[in-house]
Design a protein around this ligand. Structure first.
Ligand SMILES: Cc1cn([C@H]2C[C@H](O)[C@@H](COP(=O)(O)OP(=O)(O)OP(=O)(O)O)O2)c(=O)[nH]c1=O
Length: 199
C-alpha cells in the first residue's frame, strides 16, 4: 500500500496488531521501530509503563517519517499484570511455565497502551480483567510445546489455543490481543482521520 493511500503508520512488528487494524478497515503502512522496553523501576506502575512505551514507539516512528510522508504514527504496548508484577513476553520455557502457573486459577489484568503521534500526541489505555481456570502442569508444558506462548505477553494468546483457559473476560478482546480497536478508533477521531469511508 502506498503511504498516500494509508490512514496512518503502524510502528509495530506484531502480526496481531496488523491483523486487528485490518479488521477495522484501517489502511496502514508498517514501520520498524526499536525502543528500550525496560521498566524504569518497580515504582513505575503498569499503567504508566504501557502508556510510556506506546508513546515511545509512536514517537520513534514519527521521527522516521516526519520529514517525508507525514501520516500520524500509531504505537502500542501490552502487558499482563498481577498486582504490580508485570509479565511481558517470556524469556524462555521456564519463564513461560512460571508465568502460566501464576495465572492458573486466578484473575489478572491485561493493559494495552496506545498512542497516536504527529505534531500532536494522544494516548488511550485499555484495561481488561481475565480469569483463568486451573491449569495442570502437563497442560502448561504442552501449551509451551505448541509454540504459541513464545512471543506473547503473559505467555498466552486469547486469539489462539489459550482461549480455552479463559473462564471470564471483562474488558476488550482486541485490547488483550494487543490493539484495542475502540480506543484506536477514538484516537483516529481525535485526529480527524476518517477511515470509515472504506467500510
Ligand atoms: C495477552 C496476549 C498478548 N499477545 C501479544 C500482543 C503483543 O504482540 C505481545 C506483547 O508484546 P509487546 O511488547 O506489546 O509488542 P510486540 O513486541 O509483540 O510488538 P511491537 O512492540 O513491535 O508492537 O503479546 C497476544 O497476541 N495475545 C494475547 O492474548
Amino acid at each position: 500500500m502506498q503511504a498516500d493511500q494509508a490512514d496512518i503508520y503502524l510502528a509495530s512488528n506484531s502480526p496481531r496488531r496488523s491483523a486487528l487494524l485490518g479488521q477495522a478497515g484501517i489502511a496502514f503502512r508498517q514501520l520498524q521501530v526499536d525502543v528500550d522496553e525496560s521498566r524504569r523501576s518497580d515504582e513505575e506502575s503498569p499503567e504508566v509503563y504501557v502508556l510510556r512505551l506506546a508513546l515511545e514507539k509512536a514517537r520513534a516512528g514519527w521521527q522516521q517519517v516526519a520529514g517525508s510522508a507525514p501520516l500520524p504514527v500509531l504505537g502500542a504496548d501490552t502487558v499482563v499484570a498481577v498486582d504490580d508484577v508485570l509479565y511481558g513476553k517470556p524469556r524462555d520455557r521456564a519463564d513461560a511455565i512460571a508465568m502460566l502457573e501464576e495465572l492458573s486459577g486466578a484473575t489478572h489484568r491485561v493493559l494495552t497502551g496506545v498512542a497516536l503521534v504527529d505534531d500532536r500526541e494522544a494516548t488511550r489505555l485499555s484495561y481488561s480483567s481475565v480469569t483463568f481456570r486451573e491449569l495442570t502442569r502437563q497442560e502448561i508444558e504442552r501449551y509451551w510445546d505448541s509454540g504459541e506462548p513464545v512471543d506473547k505477553a503473559g505467555a498466552y494468546a486469547i486469539q489462539g489455543r489459550g482461549a480455552v483457559f479463559i473462564e471470564h473476560l471483562e474488558g476488550s478482546y482486541s485490547g488483550v490481543m494487543g490493539l484495542p480497536l475502540f480506543e484506536v478508533a477514538d484516537l483516529m477521531e481525535e485526529f480527524d482521520i476518517d477511515f470509515r469511508h472504506r467500510w
